[in-house]
Structures are given as C-alpha cells and as structure tokens.
Design a protein around this ligand. Structure first.
Ligand SMILES: Cc1cc2nc3c(=O)[nH]c(=O)nc-3n(C[C@H](O)[C@H](O)[C@H](O)COP(=O)(O)OP(=O)(O)OC[C@H]3O[C@@H](n4cnc5c(N)ncnc54)[C@H](O)[C@@H]3O)c2cc1C
Length: 408
C-alpha cells in the first residue's frame, strides 16, 4: 500500500515505562521504531494477500515470521522461559501500538498468542505447559479462544449452552457450537468455555478446556465475513460434536472458568486498545497525507477549513484516547485495579478508531471506499471494536456504577 504508516508524524505514543527488567536490553523507543520499519517493509505490502486467507496467505505469513525471527523481533512480549523475549507490559505498550497498525502485525511478530499463553502458563496442566506452550511461542502451533455462541448473548456467559460431560474414564465429552472465534480455521488449539455442572445462571458450573482442533468431532462450520468481508485471520463458526477431551485438558479448576476468563479480560482489552490506537494513527496519517497532496484549482484539500476540522477533531480524539489507554497500561503494569480505566480506555479507543477512520475516508472521497487504501478494513475493525471485548454499553454502565458507588 501507499503508506509510511504506524510511526505517523503525529505520534506522541507515550512510552509507558523504561529501565531494566524482563526483556533485558530491549529499549522500548528503539523497538518501536524497528517495528514501524518492519511493518512498512514486510507486512503492509502483503496485507492484500494476508487478507485473502488460504494457503498462499499462510506461506506469506510464515515468510514474514521468519524475517521477524532473523531481525530479533519475534515474540517480544512472550515469557522468556517459553522462548519469548519477556518485554514487560509497560515497555510493550508503545510496541503494541506500532505492531497493531496492521491487523496482521501481532501474528507476523509472534505476539498474537500472548493472552492465551499467559492463561495456559498459569492454568494449564503440565502437558499443556511443557508440550504445547513452547511450540505456541515458537509459532508452530496457533491458538484461538471460543466463548461466544450463536444462540445466546455473548455478554451473558452464564447462558453458555456448550456442554462438557464427564465420562467414567475421567475424560470429557464436549458438545456445542461457538461463533466469532477469531482465527479458528487456522488454529491448532482452541480454548473453549463449556458448562460442566449446574444450569444457567449458575456461575460455578462453567469450565474451560483446551482442545486440539485435530480431535475427532471438531468441525469448522463456516466463515463469518465481518460487514461482508473475510480476512485478517477471519471469524469462524465452529462445532464440537462429541469431542473427547482427556482429563488434563481442563484449564484451571473445574467450575472456575469465569475466574480464569476474568483474569485475561483487563489485559486483553488494553492490548486491543493499544492496537486500535495504532490503527487510528495509521488512518490519521493517511488523511493528513491525502489532504496535503490532493490538489485542485483552489489548492490542496488541506487549505479547506472543513478539511482542517476533520484533522483537528481526529487529532483531539487521538490525543484524548491515548493517555486513557496508557493510564490503564500503567495501572495493570503496577498490578493495580484498573476496571474504571480499562472501561474508559476501551470505549474511547474504539470510538476514536471509528471516528478517525471515518474522517480519513471522507477526506479521501471515493478513493477512501475503494480497494487502494487500508481504510475500508480499518473501518470494519473500528465498527467491530464497539462490540467485541464487551459492547460499549457494558463498559459505560460498569464504569458509571463503580464511580457512583464512591458517592453513595
Ligand atoms: C470481530 C469480532 C471478533 C470476535 N472474536 C471473538 C473470539 O475470538 N472469541 C469469542 O469468544 N468471541 C469473539 N467475538 C464475540 C464478541 O465477544 C461478542 O460479540 C460480544 O461479547 C457481544 O456478544 P454478542 O455478539 O452475543 O451480543 P449480545 O450479548 O447479544 O448483545 C447485543 C447488544 O445488546 C446490547 N447489550 C448487551 N448487553 C447489554 C447491557 N448489559 N446493557 C445495555 N446493552 C446491552 C449491546 O448493544 C450489544 O451490542 C468477536 C466478535 C467480533 C465482532
């Protein structure tokens, strides 16, 4: 594509931390620059192929991943003992923003499985930790995470209908259907939420299992194009039709699924916010470049005050969302409660992405809707951002309730 993206000229990405620690001599500012350069050189030019999916996309992705390894940029935030580079969250923040400028950035650089790896390292059995996790970090096994179901609200996990029934030999029989499982068709392992005990709305009867997608009875049902488009790893509907899971496929204690899932929520949402900021910055850069280069008889688009207003409003959105996201990062990095900050950041970052991309499309005119820029894909991500990882409404009411408690 046409871009010099990610870095943007208007970056100001707050370096969330500095100094020594895990991740050894990795300097976050330098790393960020290297990631911006890596995306520009190796990822953005392949986005169309990667978006299309299939065997060609797989081959191209593997080549880009190999390049990342050669450049020492592989699995930078993943745990050292599993083969990653152990960059801590505070220093990873600026990097995550830069790699997130493309939906393919995290997969290209080996940081995509971070949440699954942290969850399975903490709650997986020895077989999962020792046999599978190093291969996940190495990029040999791909993971996905399946909670949401077609038949019940994803915002209400206690309504989960997928069942896991204990068999006399100590294994489980898994039956049910999930959808919008990101990356499921290419995944080797799926972590799945299922009811093992009780009935809705009982919270303690839900458990998590990790299952190889080669297990008999696992089936990819169909792809679910987002706003009509496939790609970027894709969303999938999957079925578990009597899948046998050994007893050590349990992730965490039986009945503890919502506790385990809850642990990854705050970090997961914050990582998404960082990536959305990276994408909003990319849209901003595209808009600004278009405004100064597109010229008619009355001068460049940038000379029109209403175009300047798009630039101003987008900059304002970016500059107000970014500190909220980095505040959430700083609290999480310090191990502090960040419910309010993550909720504010999640709503702000999703809105910002949608707003900035929309403005960038407007300034591009018809070209913004066509196939020659990343803007249509960014618009889809921006729209989806307001639903996935908890719709806006959930965060708005949850933040408001917490804040109001302090006034009661
Ligand atoms: C691109 C994308 C990727 C995804 N990836 C994954 C994945 O990898 N794994 C996975 O398990 N899931 C994934 N999801 C699913 C996502 O987590 C759910 O869509 C989300 O949790 C919302 O659930 P739902 O779609 O069932 O909406 P519902 O729960 O049916 O809610 C629909 C709407 O109702 C309103 N609403 C719901 N609750 C409230 C409330 N308390 N107050 C006010 N209004 C409310 C909101 O407007 C909400 O958008 C993905 C979704 C998308 C779009």
């Amino acid at each position: 594509m046409e871009e010099a993206t990610g870095a943007g000229t208007e970056t100001g990405a707050g370096e969330a931390g500095a100094g020594a620690g895990p991740g050894g001599g990795l300097d976050s500012g330098l790393l960020r620059k290297r990631v911006v350069g890596f995306l520009r050189e190796h990822v953005l030019p392949c986005e169309d192929v990667l978006d299309a999916g299939g065997p060609k996309a797989d081959t191209v992705l593997r080549g880009v991943q190999e390049q990342a390894r050669r450049e020492g940029l592989w699995a930078v935030p993943l745990p050292v003992e599993l083969g990653g580079q152990g960059l801590d969250l505070a220093r990873y923040a600026a990097y995550a923003e830069a790699e997130g400028a493309s939906d393919h950035g995290p997969a290209a650089l080996g940081s995509a499985p971070l949440l699954d790896v942290l969850m399975l390292r903490r709650h997986g059995t020895p077989r999962v930790r020792e046999e599978w996790l190093p291969r996940v970090v190495a990029g040999d096994l791909r993971t996905c995470y399946a909670m949401t179901e077609p038949g019940v609200p994803g915002t209400d996990p206690v309504a989960t209908t997928t069942r896991a029934d204990l068999r006399p030999d100590g294994s489980w029989r898994l039956t049910g259907r999930k959808w919008f499982t990101s990356g499921a068709a290419g995944a080797d392992l799926v972590t799945v939420l299922a009811r093992t005990d009780g009935a809705s709305p009982d919270r303690d009867g839900l458990s998590l299992f990790v299952v190889p997608t080669t297990a008999p009875g696992f089936r990819v049902v169909r792809e679910l194009p987002v706003l009509g488009a496939s790609g970027a790893g894709g969303q999938w509907e999957i079925a578990f039709e009597g899948v046998r899971v050994p007893g050590d496929g349990l992730v965490g204690e039986r009945g503890a699924a919502l506790t385990v899932a809850g642990e990854r929520l705050q970090l997961g949402r914050t990582l998404r916010c960082l990536r959305w900021l990276g994408q909003a910055q990319r849209a901003f850069d595209l808009m600004a470049a278009r405004a100064v280069t597109r010229t008619g008889s009355r001068g460049p688009l940038a000379s029109h005050q209403l175009v300047q207003a798009h630039v101003f409003e987008s900059l304002l959105a970016l500059r107000t969302a970014r500190p909220l996201v980095h505040e959430a990062v700083a609290l999480l990095a310090a191990g502090a409660d960040a419910h309010v900050e993550v909720g504010l950041a999640k709503v702000a970052a999703a809105r910002t992405l949608q707003q900035v991309v929309d403005a960038a499309i407007q300034v591009h005119g018809a070209a913004g809707l066509g196939p020659d820029t990343a803007l249509p894909a960014l618009l889809r991500t921006g729209r989806a951002a307001r639903i996935l990882d908890g719709p806006d409404e959930l965060h708005i009411t949850s933040v408001a309730r917490r804040v109001l408690r302090g006034y009661a």
